[in-house]
Design a protein. Structure first.
Length: 127
């Protein structure tokens, strides 16, 4: 039974949930506990280093992730890089979601309004 752990700033869309079940064969989706989700979603931009800041998340993943689990890692660029490497050290598979973007333009009087619509395509493993 495959697991997908979320290290992600958003809620999975129905398309992502379906794709996780089909392409990753994940029957179990595991979100971070609320206090760790708040840490991940609010990485302070003024910290010189994220090593200590990310330790609670590393401790949690170290205790819950097992070899060959998937971990969806997306967020702050520096934190993502650190955690992708950490997930690999655990023997798990870090992945990220890819999307397509459709841009729709509408004219409202003398203004042009652009709207971007993102659609999930697949999960891709970090290499």
């Amino acid at each position: 039974m495959q697991k997908l752990h979320l290290l992600f700033n958003h809620t999975l869309t129905p398309e992502q949930l379906s794709d996780a079940k089909v392409s990753l064969s994940c029957d179990i989706i595991i979100a971070l506990p609320q206090e760790l989700q708040e840490l991940w979603s609010s990485v302070p931009p003024d910290l010189k280093s994220l090593k200590e800041y990310l330790n609670p998340i590393k401790e949690h993943l170290g205790a819950t992730v097992i070899k060959d689990d998937f971990v969806l890692v997306q967020g702050d660029f520096g934190a993502t890089c650190i955690m992708v490497n950490f997930v690999k050290e655990l023997g798990a598979k870090p992945v990220y979601a890819t999307t397509s973007r459709d841009v729709v333009e509408a004219k409202e009087g003398d203004k042009v309004i652009k709207k971007s619509i993102f659609r999930h395509k697949q999960f891709r493993e970090y290499e």
